[in-house]
Ligand binder design. Structure first.
Ligand SMILES: Cc1ncc(COP(=O)(O)O)c(C=O)c1O
Length: 388
């Protein structure tokens, strides 16, 4: 497309652009290293090993995890959650999830109900907020865990991880967290939040490439999860059993090494920039957008109105126009990229009162500017028929 400024406002789906250094690191691996890890006895294999180890250490530090050996690389949150839930839950177990969860949680969980696992949804408010007091009445003698997103990909609502973590600790429940929307923006402390397993994806706010993510577990939790995938690990090759040693137990097969090199570069960028600075900038952009939207009476903002409870994800509904047509116009006329529909989260939309139509979602990232926000507001006004 020529002549139209392209403005990317779909960072909740995947972040774009990536920081400088990410594609360079991936190319460096492919062009100059190329060796597998844990399998070759030569220098290039050792240098790849080193980067993988350093990246695990960085993830460990980012989430204040117990040990870098408990950082497991997978392609994404979806794969991680499948491994955690299917490896941990047994017939007869019961779990709690919030009513805001993404299908990355709900689909594996519903699959598990066919094998005798049951679950209850913790009802959230019309703003997507979870009230911890509502959880107690849902706990049963066979409840084994609480599975919760850190923030909603639909409404941006931030969940009270620390409070839920304490609840889980008091009631001897395992706490499994989906950090898809927050890793790289909000602080996550596995120890003080009592998180037993945390799933992350590299391509959203961690600003890395697609196809690399993972999960982090405590020592205790690692022993309670059966690996979903088994195969060669380059270690203990005399045995045909999947080894107990971490992280090999959960990393059979060759890792996504270009992805890990890219992720290391984005983690370096995040650590040099600081999460606080990233969060503040995204909050300022979101606030600017919300203030602008509030001047348009035909638009309803879905989710929390107060900035302290939300992320840089703003879903709207429009009384006077079809949101799918608006999204189409935003792209065609103005080059503005958004997302419309249910965002893989039917349960969240039922909670927010936006099912089955869904919402038009704008999601901002660290590389967006105030100009991008103003341009999107101007475009919306034009589409709605306001004279500029
Ligand atoms: C809250 C939430 N959980 C899970 C996922 C799945 O992430 P991935 O596709 O990287 O596995 C997403 C992606 O949109 C998400 O927003």
């Amino acid at each position: 497309m020529t002549g139209i400024k392209r403005t990317y406002l779909d960072n909740a789906a995947t972040s774009f652009p990536k920081p400088k250094g990410v594609s360079e690191a991936m190319c460096h691996y492919i062009e100059h290293i190329g060796a597998n890890v844990g399998r070759g006895n030569y220098r290039s294999a050792y240098s790849a090993d080193e980067v993988v180890y350093e990246t695990r250490e960085m993830i460990k530090t980012l989430f204040n995890a117990e040990d870098s050996k408990n950082v497991i690389f997978t392609p994404n949150v979806t794969y991680s959650v499948n491994n955690i839930l299917k490896g941990f839950l047994k017939p007869g177990d019961h779990v709690l999830v919030s009513s805001m969860e993404h299908n990355a949680i709900m689909r594996p969980l519903v699959q598990l109900t066919h094998q005798g696992v049951t679950f209850d949804r913790i009802p959230c408010t019309r703003e997507g907020k979870l009230v911890v007091e509502t959880m107690l009445s849902l706990v049963k003698p066979n409840t084994k865990a609480v599975i919760l997103m850190h923030a909603s990909n639909v409404s941006g609502t931030i969940m009270p991880l620390e409070e839920v973590g304490h609840f889980c600790q008091r009631h001897r429940l395992k706490f499994i967290v989906d950090a898809a929307q927050t890793a790289g923006v909000l602080p996550i402390d596995m120890k003080s939040m009592h998180i037993d397993a945390l799933a992350f994806t590299g391509h959203k706010s961690l600003l890395g490439p697609q196809g690399i993510g993972g999960f982090v577990v405590t020592d205790e939790m690692a022993l309670m999860i059966e690996p979903l995938i088994s195969g060669g690990t380059g270690s203990l090759s005399h045995s045909e059993e999947i080894p107990m040693v971490m992280p090999d137990r959960f990393e059979a097969g060759t890792l996504n090494l270009p992805g890990i090199f890219g992720l290391q570069a984005s983690l370096k960028f995040l650590m040099e920039t600081g999460l606080e600075k990233i969060h503040q900038k995204e909050q300022a952009l979101t606030n600017r957008f919300i203030l602008g939207i509030k001047t348009l009476p035909e638009i309803e903002i879905i989710g929390p109105k107060d900035m302290s409870h939300r992320m840089a994800v703003v879903s709207i509904q429009i009384k006077t126009k079809d949101i799918a047509l608006v999204a189409h116009e935003l792209d065609k006329q103005y080059g503005i990229m958004t997302r419309v529909g249910l965002h893989c989260s039917p349960s969240a939309h039922k909670t927010l009162g936006t099912y089955p139509v869904g919402t038009l979602r704008f999601s901002f990232g660290f590389f967006n500017t105030e100009k991008d926000v103003d341009y999107a507001l101007e475009a919306l006004k034009n589409i709605l028929g306001y004279k500029s």
